[in-house]
Design a protein. Sequence first.
Length: 223
Amino acid sequence: MSLLIPLYVHPAEDPGAWHRLILSAARTYAVVLNPASGPGEAPDPAFTAAARALAAAGARLLGYVDTDYGVRDRAEIVEDMRRHREWYAVEGCFLDRVTADPAGLPACRRLVRDMRRLGAGTVALNPGVHPAPGYARLADLTVTFEGHWATYVSAFTRPGWTTRHPPERFCHLVYGVPEALVPLAVRTAHERGAAVCGPVSGEPPNPWGALSPALTGGEGAEN
């Protein structure tokens, strides 16, 4: 089981979390870098140092880029990725708030091609739900669930087309998981066909402001 780690807290605000993440880098699928809901307007020295240390420790770095469900201008998205590559030397991208319907598929395909041209070795899409089947063929990883633990255990359904793809192509990001149940969340993701997951105990508005207990507590990455 691999862990996708979106750690959306500044290194100066919680240096201990970043230090623990660096020490555990080899146990992650990837780390999502998100200095300012994207790369920001200028390089952030704290994130530059954290990115360098994570890369040296063997982590795959994905730059966070918001697509705003197809509303955001394509050129702005491309510029965000260019900055991530130049400033933080990310290996790939995490395209957030991606459309999920068939009508948005051609535009998403063009975006993925743009990311590849900019050097993205890994492209992760986050529609947060199961999208139309074509999306999974575009990306290396697709987040097919992002939501609260209560919803995950009570209302999750898995469409049949997902079984035609290897589990390594899918990720479930679950927040609000009681810490004692994080190992169960990891096992549940695996049982539901997602070899990558990111269970956290945090709640909105920023559930990703702390490390996953699956990483800090030594659970999950080996399951």
